[in-house]
Design a protein around this ligand. Structure first.
Ligand code: HEM
Length: 483
């Protein structure tokens, strides 16, 4: 802010910011005290709706640098040559907690990345987990209701959480991951990120590839045990947020090595797992992770409200050469985020400094509405026009996908090795003995809190179907705790 006297919102100098104006000494306050009225009124409106999920987060700016030639797979301009740099903004988050909740909790972490490319902003809105709890967007509101506060008690309830997971066996893989060692990262810097969904890349020749993004932390993976997390959550609720800001202030810029798994389009139909099922990974032995870049965070936001609270990320923000896959979760997300932004930040959310393109401009005819800043001046607001206005390109960002059959409420197609438990079992069997013990203890501690045996039994049954030893140990641990 520039020097000079304190002013009202309209810029008039303020004479007294300590005493409101009264009718005589000790008398009632006057309506003509404009400063008092505007201060009280503005204060009442200083909060916007928090994100319905991922409310609690921290962000930073940085740079993405390409390190490999990926032009055989995508024509995205920001990926066009090794050495090319693109500005980014990354917002990390927890999922279930309200704004102000503690950071050190067992919960997936959001990993929402905005690339400010010369062809518009590309948002990759991922998590620190390669999979998710469900595979169809129609279940998302029900799922999140079980993770958030119960309508009667106002608290998170073990009954709701385990009832939903037990009745949604496709969650078994993600829940096994979440209650393992990686379920509580030590900080946002010490965890990996994933695009999670499968996305389409297409090259100059129009060939299609299906890809999954991986961000491997260069700081090394560091996690908290449940006991450590419980202590930190109480002592320093802002632990992740503080760690990120202070590391960047010290000049210790966190970085991630960026890779992709690339599947030629022709493989998708016959791959052993449905490649568009978000509850499944592609084992690296099938599709290795190929390194394509480096991500570094090196600049803190100056104003948390303007740049973090008002930041918006949408899985529907693609650039030429990148597009969606038919993953039913992703398809639902293509709608949900823009809709949330219009509600939470307003119709001009994409015009705010943190959200607007930085390496190009948005030449859109969608203008006006609340808080439009008039940036288009007197330019015509329709297309086509005869006044030199911007024109459509005639080239789609992504390639079409073939479909067959009639419309209907079709479940996600099942491939040769797909079931809800196979990858959860594989994950369990990969764990060292001490990690298995912590996993079972973490799960048992929570399952033991449910009020109905039926809910506990169904939940335990799912882990038993993933791996018999897993189920047996969990059953014993829960029995011991429930007595
Ligand atoms: C169909 C399933 C899903 C729906 C309907 C959904 C919906 C939402 C909504 C409405 C928000 C708040 C957006 C805002 O207010 O700006 C949000 C935030 C977020 N979601 Fe999802 N979500 C889904 C699944 C996922 C999945 C699978 C991931 C990760 C792979 C994910 C990652 C995130 C992240 C990282 C944020 C926070 C973005 C930020 O930092 O602003 N979500 N989600």
């Amino acid at each position: 802010m520039t020097q000079g006297p304190l002013t009202t919102e309209a810029g008039a100098p303020v004479a007294d910011n300590q005493n409101s104006e009264t009718a005589g000494v000790g008398g009632p306050v006057l309506v003509q005290d404009q400063l008092l009225l505007e201060k009280l009124a503005h204060f009442n409106r200083e909060r916007i709706p928090e994100r319905v999920v991922h409310a609690r987060g921290a962000g930073a700016y940085g740079t993405f640098t390409v390190t490999a030639d990926v032009t055989p797979y995508t024509r995205a301009a920001f990926l066009s040559e090794a050495g090319k740099e693109t500005e980014v903004f990354l917002r990390f988050s927890t999922v279930a907690g309200n704004l102000g909740a503690a950071d050190a909790v067992r919960d997936p972490r959001g990993f929402a990345l905005k690339f400010y490319t010369e062809e518009g902003n590309y948002d990759l809105v991922g998590n620190n987990t390669p999979v998710f709890f469900i595979r169809d967007a129609i279940k998302f509101p029900d799922f999140i209701h079980t993770q958030k506060r119960d309508p009667y008690t106002g608290s998170t309830e073990a009954d709701n959480v385990w009832d939903f997971w037990g009745l949604s066996p496709e969650s078994t893989h993600q829940v096994t991951w979440l209650f393992g060692d990686r379920g509580i990262p030590a900080s946002y810097r010490h965890m990996d990120g994933f695009g999670s969904h499968t996305y389409q890349w297409n090259n100059e020749a129009g060939e299609v590839f299906w890809v999954k993004y991986h961000f491997k932390t260069d700081q090394g993976i560091k996690n908290l045990t449940q006991a450590e997390a419980d202590r930190i959550a109480g002592a320093d609720p802002d632990s992740h947020q503080r760690d990120l800001r202070e590391a960047i202030e010290r000049g210790e810029f966190p970085s991630w090595t960026v890779g992709v798994q690339i599947m030629p389009a022709a493989d998708a139909a016959t791959y052993r797992f449905n490649p568009f099922d978000l509850t499944k990974v592609w084992p690296h032995a099938d599709y290795p992770v190929v390194e394509i870049g480096k991500l570094e965070l090196n600049r803190n936001p100056q104003n948390i409200f303007a740049e973090v609270e008002q930041s918006v990320f949408s899985p529907a923000h693609f650039v030429p050469g990148i597009g969606p896959s038919p993953d039913k979760m992703l398809q639902g997300r293509l709608f949900a985020y823009g809709d949330a932004h219009r509600y939470r930040v307003g119709i001009n959310a994409d015009h705010l400094p943190v959200n607007r393109p930085h390496a190009t401009e948005a030449r859109t005819n969608s203008r006006d509405g609340f808080l439009y800043d008039g940036r288009h001046g007197g330019a015509k607001n329709y297309e086509p026009n005869s006044f030199g206005g911007p024109r459509q390109t005639g080239r789609a960002l992504w390639q079409p996908v073939s479909v067959a059959g009639a419309t209907g409420d079709h479940p996600t197609p099942v491939h040769a090795e797909d079931d809800d438990f196979v990858q959860a079992g594989n994950l369990y069997r990969l764990m060292a003995e001490d990690e298995k013990e912590r996993l079972v203890a973490n799960l048992a501690g929570f399952i033991a809190k449910v009020s109905k045996d039926e809910i506990a039994e169904r939940a335990i049954g799912n882990f038993g179907r993933a791996d018999a030893d897993f189920g047996k140990r969990l059953e014993a641990a829960v029995r011991e705790l429930r007595g």
